[in-house]
Write a protein that binds this ligand. Structure first.
Ligand SMILES: C[S@@+](CC[C@H](N)C(=O)[O-])C[C@H]1O[C@@H](n2cnc3c(N)ncnc32)[C@H](O)[C@@H]1O
Length: 238
């Protein structure tokens, strides 16, 4: 038996050497499959910002299967020609909140978003802010080529305020906001209540949604030799 793991996206691309160009960093394919595989074969809508030559739209259609609707978004009107059954094309600017709001209305409750558009800071942040709200409660948001947060040509720079990576680091605080005692400085918000996890990879940020209430603790078993006493500012009293 051959146990060699084959990523189905790579398998498709290798089997279609004469297909439309798909240009990605090699390590992205395992990230996609790790986070998207549960939607395969389902009747989902996915939105990909950034069409270019249309190659990735066909890849997603093949990956998610015949019940999926793949929506490609690009600022270039020439991309409209990549429309075909199962692939819809919307032309617009991902940095324009009004356009994104109209897109959200048109395709409400999409399961997957991939931002592979212009990769500039304001584009990535605006797209996340507008589309995240309208995704399914169990949706997955993926922004790629986030290394542009370190590249001045895209508006990035190490530790520069307002890059997509700096914005995402603040989301880590927001994810943990249920535990912040000084609630004036960081209170739970929609993101806290709607987000299960944030994954940072080289050049990719993935955010997985899940409706959450304030976390509670559970204890199993009834035998213990030691009792945990949480630190307290007023001394070590429980
Ligand atoms: C990296 S390419 C997309 C590649 C494609 N996903 C693939 O794998 O074949 C980036 C695309 O983003 C589009 N783009 C750039 N700025 C944009 C914007 N403000 N709004 C929407 N699309 C934009 C470009 O026209 C280009 O087609």
């Amino acid at each position: 038996m051959n146990n060699k793991y084959i990523n189905p996206l790579i398998e498709y691309l290798e089997q279609n050497p004469n297909g439309r160009v798909v240009h990605r960093w090699r390590h992205y394919f395992d990230i996609y499959h790790r986070h998207f595989s549960r939607f395969r074969g389902e009747s989902i809508t996915m939105i990909e910002i950034g069409i270019f030559n249309g190659g990735s739209l066909k890849m997603w259609k093949e990956y998610f299967g015949p019940k999926a609707t793949i929506v490609g978004v690009d600022i270039n009107p020439g991309c409209k020609k990549y429309e075909e059954p199962g692939i819809e094309i919307v032309i617009g600017d991902q940095a324009d909140p009004k356009f994104l709001q109209a897109l959200s209305k048109q395709y409400s409750k999409f399961a997957v978003v991939i931002d592979d558009g212009g990769h500039r800071m304001e584009q990535q942040v605006t797209t996340l802010e507008e589309l995240y709200l309208s995704m399914r409660d169990d949706g997955v948001y993926l922004c790629e080529d986030t290394h542009t947060s370190y590249m001045p040509a895209f508006g990035g720079g190490h530790l520069k305020a307002d890059t997509f990576i700096e914005y995402s680091k603040k989301l880590v605080d927001q994810l943990n906001a249920f535990h912040v005692k000084e609630s004036e400085s960081l209170a739970p918000n929609y993101f806290t209540q709607a987000t299960d996890s944030i994954h940072f990879y080289d050049s990719v940020v993935v955010i997985e949604k899940k409706s959450r209430a304030k976390p509670d603790q559970v204890v199993y078993g009834n035998q213990a030799d030691f009792i945990y006493v949480a630190p307290s500012l007023a001394g070590n009293k429980p």
